[in-house]
Design a protein around this ligand. Structure first.
Ligand code: MN
Length: 422
């Protein structure tokens, strides 16, 4: 991949230098040092979800692509390609039991492809073949104590695997809830969940964090146990200092002001991280920045404004489902778009913005944000990639590499499946 990247970068270097110098001059007129922005772009990292490297599905069908990863080793190979091309995705987030294998093998493979591991994800929203008790009617909040215990044990196992591979966090998302009014006691179900989570929390190593991920609905369609950021905040506050909230951008009602949720959770000292994606209607899991890049920018605007908050330590992760694209390409695009929003937000003239706020000059305050959002920072992202040995144009380099076609030769085609919301 290194040879292809260099061959692809060579003919693009001169244009990049021209564009970079022009943008540098424009930014200098605004008192902004372009090198400082390249340094910020270079320091940016977002974790790739192992499950995002396979073709996803909807509730109706899954249409597999060619050369799909057969298991976690292939997935790590694909994640290595994404990082080699973007220099922005140094870690992978694993999903257990989908990625379950010998930790020593995981460590070995990760080292081979130059990656580390981010938060572990447990799975109690589907039954596994060898599982004694079913999660059909819930897991950590199930009415049956033995089923809750089984779900707790699974989460503790995820921590154990994570410890062996250098992870420092566990993300818990459950599908528990109800489909009909009256089906469950909304209050007692939440109590059962909290009680189970206290057992998971008790198994957390000293240097670990527990992320609570909320989602408004689906698969439960009437009520969901961890449905909103208020519930998630209650959970994090009741469990203790190592418990924090994870915000998945697609897990809110339409038009909810997510950047305000971000500000509130930071104020509470409880924002732990993100699952980035984009959406039009619900939890669409579309590529980051492809539907509403301004919303992504506004989220980053809060993060940059509050970046010096003591103790703030955010885990940035992608959580998407790629149904009709090559997952590697979608993950490349997404990592670059999230990085773009970060750099754009870093461009906001904070001193001017504060002045306009103090004077209640709403028009100029909004214009200050727009000036940053409208700035084409592509040469900054390209320069950061070039200097890191990654690709000026990652998609072009990926396509030139023929990676997918080669993978299709060694990875047998997988059968098209039924539903497969992941
Ligand atoms: Mn998520």
């Amino acid at each position: 991949m290194k040879t292809i990247i260099e061959a692809e970068n060579d003919p693009r270097r001169a244009d990049l230098d021209t564009d970079y110098d022009a943008l540098g001059a424009r930014l200098a007129r605004r008192g902004v040092d372009i090198e400082a922005l390249v340094a910020r772009a270079a320091s940016f990292a977002v974790a790739v979800p192992s499950w995002g490297t396979g073709t996803g599905g909807t509730r109706f069908a899954r249409f597999p692509g060619k050369g799909e990863p057969r298991g976690i080793m292939d997935k790590l190979d694909d994640c290595g390609v994404i990082h080699a091309l973007t220099a922005a995705t140094p870690r992978v987030s694993l999903h257990i039991p989908w990625d379950k294998t010998e930790p020593a093998l995981l460590r070995e493979k990760a080292e081979e492809v130059g990656l580390g591991f981010d938060a572990m994800n447990s799975n109690t929203f589907q039954d596994q073949p060898d599982q004694p008790l079913s999660y059909k009617f819930g897991s950590l909040s199930h009415t049956d104590a033995a089923t809750r215990r089984q779900a707790v044990e699974h989460n503790l196992e995820c921590i154990e695997i994570g410890q062996a591979i250098g992870s420092k966090a566990l993300t818990v998302w459950i599908g528990d809830g109800s489909n009909f009014p009256g089906q469950t006691s909304l209050s007692r179900q939440f109590e059962r969940y909290l009680d189970a989570m206290r057992h998971v929390y008790a198994g957390l190593p000293e240097d670990w964090r527990l992320f609570s991920e909320h989602k408004i609905y689906e698969p439960a369609f009437y009520s969901t146990v961890v449905q909103d950021w208020g519930t998630s905040l209650m959970i994090a506050q009741e469990l203790g200092p190592h418990a924090q909230c994870l915000v998945d951008l697609g897990h809110h009602a339409p038009n909810v002001n997510i950047e305000m949720i971000v500000a509130r959770l930071i104020r509470a000292g409880k924002l732990g991280g993100f699952h980035f994606n984009d959406s039009k209607y619900g939890d669409d899991d579309l590529d980051s920045g492809t539907i509403d890049p301004f919303r992504l920018f506004l989220v980053w605007n809060e993060l940059v404004e509050l970046e010096d908050t003591p103790g703030l330590n955010l885990a940035h992760m992608i959580d998407q489902s790629h149904n009709i694209t090559d997952p590697i390409e979608s993950l490349i695009i997404s990592a670059c778009e999230i990085q773009r929003a970060y750099v754009q937000a870093s461009l906001v003239d904070r001193a001017a913005l504060e002045g306009f706020r103090a004077e209640n000059d709403a028009l100029m305050a909004a214009a200050t944000l727009r000036a940053a959002f409208r700035t084409d920072v592509e040469p900054i992202l390209q320069m950061a990639r070039l200097r890191a040995g990654a690709a000026i144009d990652p998609i072009a380099a990926y396509r030139a590499s023929g990676w997918r076609a080669r993978a299709a030769e060694t990875r047998p085609a997988v059968a098209a499946g039924g539903g497969g919301i992941i």
